[in-house]
Design a protein. Structure first.
Lengths: 297, 118
């Protein structure tokens, strides 16, 4: 009896082992196929770029080659194609005249991305948004704009960055309506994207942004003031210096050293400070503000 | 030691695209993506021009530039980088390079700079 049970157990273990070996073998073969396919794709794209650059054809006349369409249609390959094009665009200034073939590719990619943006899968959604703004594909912007307060953090993060990338300062209009906190990392990404693509400060939309009430949006506004060396919002920085939210107040405190105050600013600072002292005590703030206010008395 | 014209030390896709452009003009061109590859190539070949990323896997930037100067004293160096900071640019230029190019770069500008030295 015991012998039979042992034989059955050994047989079962051998079966599991065989299954494991088969799955390892399959994944190794699959991996080998993927590596080979990726290598082929790279080589073909390199040739494609080298041959087509400077042909200066209008995008409408450029036909995406059959082999590349084949890659674009598969979600996993599309990511590889996007990575290659992003690499090229990060390195070379790709204007639409001499690099029209890359933009023609984008038109085809846009159709594929639309399905992923509409998908219920958060990973597909966020990846499609990421590819859209990295490749400057703005055809799906309406769909992306609706996702800026999506329940999944990665989807809304990518959607917010996409809005900044495509709309620039205009995208800050959404700040008062953002439902979820904006993380520190996300704030830095927004500021840097804004600075990279829209380096000229735009007061029209910033005025709307500072109406935001959420602490993280206000912290973001302070970061924008610092990054763009904005001069006429000292009153905002002074007001936030006494915010009841620690991170907002700390950000305003960091900003303090970089601002130059005129008489009116100092008067406002003094008033806020007096009112603040009645309700709270902050040693760091005292050390910073007392000498500043005394020097200007 | 063999004599070659251009050594490109960049990420492989960009390096290959650039290699095709350089070779289309009849110039000899080799690519490397890591410091180990650079060491091996330089041991066997002499180059007139090195187009390289500022940060290369396997070595610190200053040591890398010094290494290139020592092993290829006659070669011209073109450095490309994402770093735009003026102080970084000043520091690297003091190490003795011909061109410091921040990315993204217009390919015509890059080609002009390459063909200025070869």
């Amino acid at each position: 009896m015991l012998e039979q049970q042992l034989i059955q157990l050994i047989f079962l273990l051998l079966l599991i082992l065989g299954g494991l070996w088969l799955s390892i073998g399959y994944s190794l073969l699959r991996r080998r196929y993927r590596v080979k396919r990726k290598k082929q794709l790279k080589e073909q794209v390199i040739q494609y770029v080298s041959i087509n650059y400077t042909k200066s054809l209008p995008i409408s006349k450029f036909v995406v080659p059959h082999w590349l369409q084949g890659y674009i249609k598969k979600s996993r390959d599309l990511r590889d194609v996007a990575n290659i094009i992003i690499n090229i665009k990060d390195f070379f200034i790709t204007d639409r005249d001499t690099w029209s073939f890359l933009f023609a590719t984008d038109v085809t990619v846009a159709k594929e991305l639309k399905a992923d943006i509409k998908s219920n899968n958060w990973y597909k959604k966020s990846r499609a948004i990421w590819i859209s703004y990295e490749l400057d594909i703005d055809q799906n912007l309406d769909l992306i704009a609706k996702l800026n307060s999506h329940k999944h953090i990665l989807v809304r993060r990518e959607a917010q960055i996409a809005l900044v990338r495509f709309l620039g300062w205009k995208s800050l209009r959404i700040l008062p309506y953002v439902k979820f906190p904006i993380s520190l990392w996300q704030q830095i990404r927004i500021v840097e994207k804004l600075h990279q693509y829209y380096p000229k400060f735009d007061d029209t939309f910033f005025k709307k942004a500072i109406q935001a009430e959420s602490p993280s949006s206000r912290e973001l506004c302070l970061r924008i003031i610092r990054r763009f060396h904005v001069q006429n919002y000292n009153w905002y920085a002074i007001q936030e210096l006494f915010s009841e939210h620690k991170y907002v107040a700390n950000m305003a405190l960091e900003l303090l050293d970089e601002l130059s105050f005129d008489e009116d600013d100092l008067k406002l600072l003094g008033q806020h400070y007096q009112a603040y002292k009645l309700r709270a005590n902050n040693v760091v703030l005292d050390q910073k503000l007392t000498p500043l206010l005394q020097a200007n008395n | 030691m063999n004599s070659s014209t251009v050594l490109i030390v960049l990420e492989d896709i960009i390096a290959n695209v650039l290699k095709n452009f350089v070779e289309a003009s009849g110039k000899d061109c080799t690519i490397a993506t890591t410091f180990d590859e650079v060491e091996q190539l330089i041991a066997a070949n002499n180059y007139q021009l090195v187009v390289t990323e500022l940060s290369v896997d396997g070595i610190f930037t200053n040591e890398y530039i010094d290494f290139l100067h020592q092993k290829l004293p006659e070669a011209k160096l073109i450095v490309v980088t994402q770093m735009e900071h003026q102080n970084v640019k000043d520091d690297i230029e003091q190490l003795g390079i011909e061109e410091y190019i921040t990315l993204p770069v217009d390919i015509r500008t890059l080609k002009d700079k390459i063909f200025k030295y070869v």
